[in-house]
Design a protein around this ligand. Structure first.
Ligand SMILES: [Zn+2]
Ligand SMILES: [Zn+2]
Length: 267
């Protein structure tokens, strides 16, 4: 992301050169999105190569006689996919810092956690039965799309986990569960910065990889709301969800009341 001009906040360096756990989350994510959204003419050689690698990788996978809901790809093949996605969207900054593993019987579709005792690494785990969890019948093509969506969802978490300041700068405002932390990252990890990054990844993945890719952003927003009360402002609802809030009517009613109360206080 070297050629993109970026600003830095008082206590955090600009993400032009990435530092582990070093950057203001919003600034970090905005810089990543500018990179993700660059037009094809501006792509580096390696980024163009990554798109070719995706085509080869997915063609091989779709021909694989054993791929089915009960018989998934190897962890090595999934890590190859992770590295392709990283080179395609995040300038190759994180694939080598992520480990991938399948996990049987997990509650969620996927999970990203910092690796204990391994500073600067994160582990991505994915459910071995996504079809069961999602209660759908899946074809090979659909299964590939589902795996892609889950992995990209986790990649967005992993990028933030690797490079966003989560309090290490010593500024109390950044600390885990401080208001700034909740606003940017959330209690479940799906607040504003994840939403923005996931939307950009999903939008470009639909163009370049597969039309049906779904990073489950709406469900994630609802989950975050339930845990932390995270609400999107109207501008973000417009940008992220075409103006249709993913939160239900009851939530929207509460939100309206809150806005009215705020307007009353402001006037
Ligand atoms: Zn900080
Ligand atoms: Zn998530």
């Amino acid at each position: 992301m070297a050629t993109t001009p970026t600003t830095s906040t008082a206590s955090h360096p600009s993400p032009e050169t990435l530092i582990e756990a070093g950057h203001d989350t919003t600034t970090l994510v905005e810089a990543a999105i500018r990179h993700i959204d660059r037009p094809y003419e501006d792509w580096s050689e390696d980024r163009r190569k990554a798109l070719k690698d995706w085509k080869t990788w997915s063609a091989v996978v779709l021909e694989h006689p054993l791929l089915s809901a009960g018989n998934l790809l190897s962890e090595k093949a999934m890590h190859e996919l992770l590295e392709i996605l990283d080179r395609l969207f995040l300038a190759g900054t994180m694939g080598s810092k992520c480990d991938f593993a399948w996990k049987k019987g997990m509650e969620m579709l996927g999970e990203t956690t910092p690796e204990p005792n391994k500073q600067g690494r994160v582990g991505i785990e994915m459910n071995t039965s996504p079809g069961v969890k999602l209660k759908i019948m899946i074809t090979k093509q659909k299964l590939l799309e589902i795996l892609l969506g889950i992995l990209m969802h986790e990649v967005a978490h992993a990028y933030i986990a690797l490079y966003a300041c989560q309090g290490g700068c010593g500024n109390g405002q950044c600390e885990y569960l401080s208001q700034r932390y909740i606003d940017a990252i959330g209690k479940t990890g799906h607040a504003r910065c994840w939403q923005l990054l996931a939307e950009a990844l999903e939008r470009q993945a639909k163009i370049h990889l597969s039309k049906g890719v779904d990073l489950r952003r709406a469900d994630s927003a609802a989950k975050e709301y339930k845990r932390s009360g995270y609400l999107m402002n109207d501008k973000d609802v417009q940008k992220l969800f075409n103006g249709q809030s993913p939160l239900n009517d009851e939530v929207m009613k509460l939100r309206k009341e809150e806005i009215e109360r705020q307007a009353h206080l402001d006037s």
